[in-house]
Write a protein that binds this ligand. Structure first.
Ligand code: TYM
Length: 342
């Protein structure tokens, strides 16, 4: 079976972008592939954070995975920091990562600018090496993510090839290893729709956890009233009718896409249904669709979080399964790089 890995940071609560860009797609994949879905708590400390909230946010995120439909009898669900090999491989990989590759990363440039360049932690720069380690440890075939992770995935691929060339093949065989390539080169799986869900208050910037205004995003745990209020106040325009793909109407494209994805309708069906509508009639329709889709998730979330030992058990099982795969890879890398075997 081909293998799939992906993860989300446990910062704040998950929003519609995380869901439509990533988690929703994980659900179908778990039926066909071997899947490992983790909560990337080690990535969450790359910007200042609250120590008192990290462990709760981690557990809440795991509960949301399950509430969204991740099935622990099919997928391994675990916490990144519970599998030590992630950090170990990261160190080994960082020795093979040219610093120029990291300086080029768009997310690093944006986040470090916002945080005031010189004071930002080194981990913000080396973040993509940890992400590469998350993926390469499991010899993953595919990585389902939103558009904003594409550059990190490209770096992961280049790094895998570089390490394979530097340390794999005949050189590794001479050291007593099996030879051949050390890492599988993974491919991103970016959905055709939903890969870039935009802000409710500005159709040109993406929906994000770090945007200061909560009005800009729909969180998966928002109540009915909060959703209704956010949709009522979201940015629209004064063109007649509703349409996809008009560059002058980014908000319209975004809201129609959200409606399409959340109802499971085709684009054509949405065009036919909505082209003659006003915002006044579309907004309640979108609100209802969101509430109907998110309500069952919220009910399951409440159930899962009411029994904390259930979740602890799933996470422990997930971590031990993951570690058994990850340890093999990291041991191979030590060997290929010439370390003395323990
Ligand atoms: P994170 O936590 O920022 O986002 C989690 C997932 O949600 C997607 N996403 C979006 N998709 C569509 N529209 C949006 N507005 C939107 N905002 C976020 C992201 O693309 C991502 O798929 N570095 C990663 C986490 C990570 C990871 C990994 C992912 C660490 N290691 C290994 C895959 C494999 C991150 O910060 O995602």
């Amino acid at each position: 079976k081909k293998r799939i890995v992906s993860g989300v940071q446990p910062t704040g609560s998950l929003h519609l972008g995380n869901y439509l860009g990533a988690i929703k797609n994980w659900i179908d994949l778990q039926n066909t592939y071997e899947t490992l879905y983790f909560i990337v708590d080690l990535h969450a400390i790359t910007l200042p954070y609250e120590t008192q909230q990290l462990s709760k946010a981690t557990k809440d995120t795991a509960a949301l995975y399950l509430a969204c439909g991740v099935d622990p009898s099919k997928a391994s669900v675990f916490v990144q920091s519970h599998v030590r090999a992630h950090v170990e491989l990261m160190w080994l990989l960082s020795s093979a990562t040219p610093i120029g590759w990291l300086n080029r990363m768009i997310q690093f440039k944006e986040k470090s600018r916002k945080a005031g360049d010189e004071n930002v932690g080194v981990a913000l720069l080396t973040y993509p090496v940890l992400m590469a380690s998350d993926i390469l440890l499991y010899q993953s075939d595919f990585v389902p993510v939103g558009e904003d992770q594409k550059q990190h995935l490209e770096l992961t691929r280049e790094l895998a090839e570089r390490v394979n060339n530097l340390y794999g093949g005949r050189k590794w065989k001479k050291l007593g290893g099996r030879g051949g390539s050390i890492f599988k080169v993974p491919e991103p799986l970016i959905p055709p729709a939903g890969a870039r869900v935009m802000s409710l208050t500005d159709g040109l910037s993406k929906m994000s956890k770090s945007a200061p205004s909560d009005q800009s995003r729909i969180n998966l745990l928002d109540s009915k009233d909060v959703i209704a209020n956010k949709i009522k106040r979201c940015k629209t325009d004064s063109f007649p009718g509703l349409e996809f793909d008009n560059p002058e109407r980014p908000e319209c494209t975004n809201l129609l896409s959200i409606y399409q994805l959340i109802t499971g309708k085709s684009k054509q069906e949405v065009v036919e249904e909505c082209q003659d509508m006003s915002w006044g009639s579309f907004k309640p329709l979108l609100t209802d669709a969101l509430v109907n889709h998110l309500h069952p998730i919220q009910v399951r979330y409440a159930e899962i979080t009411s029994d904390t030992s259930y979740l602890d058990h799933i996470l422990a099982e997930g971590a031990s399964k993951a570690a058994s795969i990850a340890d093999v890879t990291v041991n191979n890398v030590y060997q290929a790089m010439g370390f003395l075997q323990r």
